[in-house]
Every structure is written in structure tokens, then in C-alpha cells.
Design a protein around this ligand. Structure first.
Ligand SMILES: Cc1cc2nc3c(=O)[nH]c(=O)nc-3n(C[C@H](O)[C@H](O)[C@H](O)COP(=O)(O)OP(=O)(O)OC[C@H]3O[C@@H](n4cnc5c(N)ncnc54)[C@H](O)[C@@H]3O)c2cc1C
Length: 385
């Protein structure tokens, strides 16, 4: 069992989960420079999240959580992710994967499986979702005794070596795309840390991971083949990583303002103009988070999957654009001096720039365009079927 696993996690309410994350953000930010190590992992930070009850929070109340993973609480979840992201994007990335896995297992797991995994999460096991792969992706070979042998690798497996319950996707012999949750403390994969020589997000430990030869049972399989890509949850889930990214933009904003206040550079009209532009962008991001939460929490969000996905695609595209505009404004505000360590801008820039590279950005916006072109309803009704 890795050192990061503690045995007790208190449960917290949805509102206090969000407040606890907000309170943790400055601590995470203060620690971020020390955790910014290639191949490292923010172990201390995850100890804080665990102590605060934030690792169990996405579980249902009946299973020791606070229900933060339920769609009705999407606003609180996105805000929690934003706060963790503004503290440290690498922590936010790994926490978002943990939340995603807990949501997927609640949605697609059998009751006995959900109870078992919820107990493990409450004990402190860290979950994650490892789907990305290269040419040698993960395959499941059925064995005569009913078990399965794994072959192949994943890339960008965040939290490698620390996530003890990774949710993997794997190809069945007939091509079906099957989810499974690997007990990685018992069936230990090979972690290739040399894969992770990144621009930023060093502490996310997003290694290449080889699963060849490991074995699982049917109790480790999650849902039916194809469930992982079911909509609106697959594409709609992009609002979670976008919330973390928005937190990164807020950190850049807060630190820029702090820097200018400290230097007494707040009366300059050009700095004011730039802070006005940055305020506009940050407020836009906050509005997008609220709007995305409202759409995701609608009772018809699942049945009106196309509209839900289209709105999520717009939201993630908007947040990416906002972040890409905030960064150069901040650089101009703080100048070359501000880009020297120990100022945080160098790290914030690297981390946010790298974390903005999420799957299929062109396809996401093009799909929102396709959806709009296929509808005839006026714009004010377009995402509210
Ligand atoms: C810090 C970090 C942590 C991550 N952690 C995880 C994790 O824990 N689990 C996980 O599963 N994944 C993880 N990922 C991977 C992530 O989810 C994305 O899959 C990955 O970042 C996308 O990589 P890419 O930008 O190289 O993608 P690409 O798909 O190669 O996109 C790059 C560009 O090419 C374009 N493009 C895409 N397809 C085509 C095409 N066919 N022809 C032409 N252009 C194309 C895209 O629109 C984009 O402009 C992580 C990524 C990062 C950066």
C-alpha cells in the first residue's frame, strides 16, 4: 500500500466541500513550487485533500460521501475543481480524474461493486481514469478460468504509482471498449517515468504505463462494452477539466494583481486597462462555469444528450480561449521581472499552457457547429430543448 493511503476519511457536506477546497487553495499554491518536480507527485497535497474529506466527497451520502458527484450538485463540483485548480493545476488534474472515476463507477457499477469501491475510496485509495493510448493500447484476453489477462499500455496516466484504483479502458477481442478498475496495489503495472518530460504539469506524474501480464476478474469489469463513450457523460465531462483550467486562469489573475499591488503599479492607465480586460475574461469563465453546471444539472440533460454535449463543447472551447488570452495579458502586466522565479508566473504559465491541451479541441468546436447547423430553433432556445 503506498504511503499516500491513510485509513480514515471524514465525510463533509456539498457546501462545505466547496468551502474546504476554497480554503485549501492558498495552501496548495504556497506548496506548488516545492511539488513542481518531474516524476514527483503532490503527496502532501493529497494528504490535505484526504484529511478534508474531499476524496470521499464525490460518493453518495449513503456510502460515506457528500453526493458531490451527483449531477444535481454540478455547480458545487465545478466550483470545487476550480478552487483546487487555482491552488495547483497538477493537483486539480489528478483530483478531476479521481472524481471522474467515482462518477463512472456510480453510474455503471453493480451495487456490490459500488459498495466495494466506495469503501476503498473512503479508506483513502486514489482513483483515476486512464484512457489515452498510443499504437500499443490495452487489450483484454479472456482466460479459460473466466479471468482476463491485460496486454499493452496507456500514455498520460496521471498519478502513476499513486493512483491505486485506476479506471482503464481496454479492447475486448471483438473490439468492444470495456472499462475496468485495476487494483494496482496488488496487480502492479510498470510505470515508465521517462515518458513524462513535459513543458508543465510536472507533478501530475502522467507516465506511460505498461499492463502486460496483469490479470483481473469479472468483479473488476465496470459496465458494458461501449459504456465509457456514452453521451452526454463522455463529452459532457469536459466541463470538469475546463473548471480546473478556469481555476488556473484565476490564479494567474490573482497573482498578477498581487504583483502590481506590491510594486505600487495600480495607478497606471495601461495596467488598469489590462486588468479590466483580464477581469472581463475571468468573469466570463465564471459565467461559463455556472451556465455549464445549470445545463448538466437539468432533469433532461441525459435525454437531450446532443444539446448537453454541444453546450459542454462550447464551454470547454470558451474556457480554453479565455485562458489563452489571460496568459499574455498577465505577462505584459508583470514584465520580465515577474517571469523570474520565485514569482509563480513561470510555473503557472507552463502548467496552464500544457493542461489546456486536452483531447480533440478542433473536433469539439466543429461538433458544436454541426449541432447548431442541424437545428432550426432560434439561438435563445438552442441549448434548451
Ligand atoms: C497534464 C496532462 C494529464 C493528462 N492525464 C491524462 C489521464 O490521466 N488519463 C488520460 O486518459 N489522458 C490524460 N491526458 C491526455 C489528454 O486527455 C489528451 O488525450 C491529450 O492531452 C491530447 O493530446 P494531444 O493534444 O497530443 O492530442 P491530439 O489529438 O494529437 O491533438 C493535437 C492537435 O491535433 C488535432 N487533431 C486531432 N486528431 C487529428 C487528426 N486525425 N488529424 C489532424 N489533426 C488532428 C487536434 O485537434 C489538436 O489540434 C493528459 C494530458 C495532459 C496534458
Amino acid at each position: 500500500m503506498p504511503e499516500s493511503i491513510a485509513l480514515i476519511t471524514p465525510s463533509v457536506s456539498v457546501a462545505s466541500a466547496e468551502a474546504l477546497a476554497a480554503a485549501l487553495a492558498p495552501r496548495l499554491l504556497a506548496q506548488a513550487a516545492h511539488s513542481d518536480v518531474e516524476g514527483g507527485f503532490p503527496t502532501r497535497e493529497f494528504g490535505w485533500l484526504r484529511e478534508a474529506g474531499l476524496l470521499a466527497a464525490p460518493l453518495p451520502v449513503a456510502l460515506g460521501g457528500s453526493g458531490l458527484g451527483e449531477t444535481a450538485h454540478t455547480a458545487a463540483l465545478l466550483s470545487t475543481l476550480r478552487h483546487i485548480g487555482r491552488g495547483n493545476l497538477a493537483v486539480g488534474r489528478v483530483y478531476e480524474g479521481h472524481v471522474n472515476a467515482l462518477q463512472l463507477l456510480q453510474r455503471f457499477g453493480q451495487p456490490a461493486q459500488v459498495a466495494r469501491w466506495a469503501q476503498e475510496a473512503a479508506q483513502g485509495h486514489l482513483f483515476g481514469v486512464w484512457n489515452t493510448e498510443a499504437h500499443d493500447g490495452v487489450k483484454l484476453e479472456p482466460l479459460p478460468d473466466g479471468r482476463f489477462r491485460l496486454h499493452g499500455s496507456k500514455t498520460f496516466g496521471s498519478g502513476a504509482g499513486h493512483v491505486t484504483r485506476p479506471l482503464l479502458t481496454a479492447a475486448l477481442p471483438d473490439g468492444g471498449w470495456q472499462m475496468l478498475i485495476l487494483p494496482a496495489d496488488e496487480q502492479v503495472p510498470r510505470y515508465a517515468s521517462e515518458f513524462w518530460q513535459p513543458l508543465g504539469m510536472r507533478a501530475s506524474a502522467s507516465f506511460r504505463i505498461d499492463f502486460a501480464g496483469l490479470e483481473i476478474g469479472t468483479e473488476d469489469l465496470l459496465g458494458q462494452p461501449g459504456d465509457y463513450y456514452r453521451q452526454p457523460w463522455f463529452s459532457g465531462g469536459a466541463i470538469r477539466f475546463a473548471a480546473v483550467q478556469a481555476g488556473g486562469a484565476e490564479a494567474v489573475f490573482d497573482e498578477t494583481r498581487r504583483f502590481l499591488q506590491r510594486l505600487g503599479r495600480t495607478n497606471d492607465p495601461y495596467q488598469r486597462q489590462r486588468l479590466g480586460e483580464m477581469s472581463l475574461l475571468i468573469a466570463q469563465a465564471q459565467h461559463w462555469l455556472q451556465a455549464a453546471a445549470g445545463v448538466a444539472a437539468r432533469p433532461d440533460a441525459a435525454t437531450a444528450a446532443e444539446a448537453t454535449v454541444a453546450h459542454a463543447n462550447l464551454m470547454r472551447s470558451a474556457i480554453e480561449d479565455i485562458c489563452l488570452r489571460v496568459l499574455p495579458l498577465a505577462e505584459r502586466c508583470v514584465g520580465a521581472r515577474g517571469l523570474l522565479r520565485p514569482e509563480p508566473f513561470e510555473r503557472l504559465h507552463r502548467d496552464l499552457t500544457h493542461y489546456l491541451r486536452q483531447p480533440a479541441p478542433d473536433a469539439a468546436l466543429a461538433d458544436a457547429g454541426r449541432y447548431a447547423l442541424e437545428q432550426t430553433s432560434p439561438a435563445y432556445q438552442l441549448w434548451q430543448p
